[in-house]
Ligand binder design. Structure first.
Ligand SMILES: O=C(O)C1=C[C@@H](OP(=O)(O)O)[C@@H](O)[C@H](O)C1
Ligand SMILES: C=C(OP(=O)(O)O)C(=O)O
Length: 437
């Protein structure tokens, strides 16, 4: 998708100070378009994340006949077509870099009357899709993939799905959400059991659209036959984007950052728990609920961090924040050990290997393990690192420069636009010096 090698050169030292709101939550933005499109009536969304991943979801629904006004300053008006109103797209749906779009759409589309092909960029077509195609086939879906089980996904329409009870082998909100969305079209009840809690935005938002979802412990169930009624969705700021500045403030002396209206859904706050266990000074201010999601302002001030053994239960609750947390560990006193996080190897890049390579290039002892990493805190030098087209890795190494002795040159940064298009501008506001070439 991006041919040009966008290079960030992050200047060493400095501190972060300021009061900002980071863009809207990516997971909630995707789901607002999906459920708004299937609802009856006009759904208004504010705080929508205008980033490539969510725009890919929006383009997919437009290609299936949904009229969507916007986005303009984070506002959308989605003219829902009802659960059975989508039209066959005339071409494959290209979901770019977005795993969430592909996995959730595979479930939503498996029960439609028409055929559809889902594809994506060179990273997305390498990511594992059997985790969704296998349970969907057990529901009766007809889906063809490559021999490796990867995209393109060729979904044949016109099959009647039947509900299943599925025990997920991996703690994945994408798999859970995929099956719940397929469950909207399946005969009887669809139940998903998760081995550990994962983000529950789909369940919360379905309830917000008036569609009943039942939870019993770690099991969520949905039945077909209901309808979604249009609503208003106020998307909170993304804690996964806020995490870069939380880490930046935590590691650089003199920092004091105020982050407004951040989503603090307990299935997403692992980063706060982990940073606090490392000694970080994080205040959660004015906690409130907005449209079924908990929100608060966060204040983070510098305080020396120490290494920890990261509790495994926090892994799914901080899954996208580990690149930034590895930078925190590199700046902490002593050793940090992460285990139970093999899922990091199948994100936009192999986030264990790519972060270990980058930290090593910057003079840190970082040893990858099959399911995590062991990092000795130390002194960061400058140097050159490759983000491998992974947005979160590009942003994490930008923040690392706050504690580096020399500039850090980060390659392949164009995909920052998939989740956080104004990252560099906001980082400038807070005092970070990044040059973009
Ligand atoms: O459901 C979601 O919106 C997401 C779930 C997570 O993926 P997994 O479910 O694969 O862990 C996360 O990494 C991704 O960025 C967004
Ligand atoms: C893993 C991520 O997203 P996705 O799976 O949607 O590509 C992410 O944003 O870090």
């Amino acid at each position: 998708m991006h041919d040009k090698d966008v290079v960030f050169t992050a200047k060493p030292g400095g501190r972060m100070r300021g009061d900002i709101r980071v863009p809207g939550d990516k997971s909630i933005s995707h789901r607002s378009v999906m459920l708004g499109s299937l609802a009856e009536g006009v759904t208004e969304v504010s705080g929508f994340l205008q980033a490539e991943d969510c725009l890919a979801t929006m383009a997919a629904f437009r290609a299936m006949g949904v009229a969507i006004e916007g986005p303009s300053e984070g506002r959308l008006r989605i003219h829902g077509v009802g659960l059975h109103g989508l039209k066959p797209p005339t071409a494959p749906l290209d979901l770019g870099n977005s795993g969430t779009s592909m996995r959730l759409l595979s479930g939503l589309l498996a029960g439609q009357a028409f055929d559809v092909t889902l594809t994506g960029d060179s990273s997305l077509v390498r990511r594992p899709m059997r985790r969704v195609t296998e349970p969907l086939r057990a529901m009766g879906a007809r889906i063809d993939t490559t021999e490796a089980g990867t995209a393109p996904l060729y979904i044949s329409g016109g099959t009647k799905l039947k509900g299943i009870a599925y025990e997920m082998p991996v703690a994945s909100a994408q798999v859970k959400s995929c099956l719940l969305l397929a469950g909207l079209y399946a005969e009887g009840r669809t139940c998903v059991t998760e081995p550990a809690p994962t983000r529950d935005h789909t369940e919360r938002m379905l309830a917000g659209f008036g569609y009943p979802v039942a939870r019993h412990g770690n099991r969520v169930c949905i039945e077909s036959g209901g309808k979604l009624s249009a609503t208003h969705i106020d998307v909170p700021a993304d804690i996964s984007s806020a995490a870069f500045f939380m880490v930046g403030a935590a590691i650089s002396p003199g920092s004091d950052v105020f982050l407004r209206h951040v989503g603090i859904n307990p299935t997403r706050t692992g980063v706060v728990e982990i940073l606090r266990a490392m000694g970080a000074d994080i205040e959660i201010l004015d906690p409130r609920e907005v449209g079924g999601e908990p929100v608060a302002d966060l204040r983070i001030r510098h305080r020396e961090l120490h290494g920890i053994r990261i509790p495994e239960h926090t892994v799914p609750l901080a899954i996208d924040e580990f690149p930034a947390l590895f930078v925190a560990a590199a700046c902490a006193k002593g050793e940090t050990v992460l285990s139970g996080a093999e899922e990091l190897r199948v994100k936009e890049s192999d986030r264990i290997q790519v972060m270990a390579d980058g930290l090593t290039a910057l003079g840190i002892e970082a040893h990858p393990t099959p399911d995590g990493m062991v990092i000795q805190g130390g002194s960061l030098q400058g140097g050159t690192v490759d983000s491998r087209g992974d947005h979160r890795i590009a942003m994490s190494f930008s923040i690392a420069a706050l504690r580096a002795s020399d500039p850090i040159e980060i390659h392949d940064c164009a995909n920052v636009a998939t989740s956080f298009p104004n990252f560099v501008e906001l980082a400038w506001t807070l005092g970070l010096d990044i040059e973009v070439n």
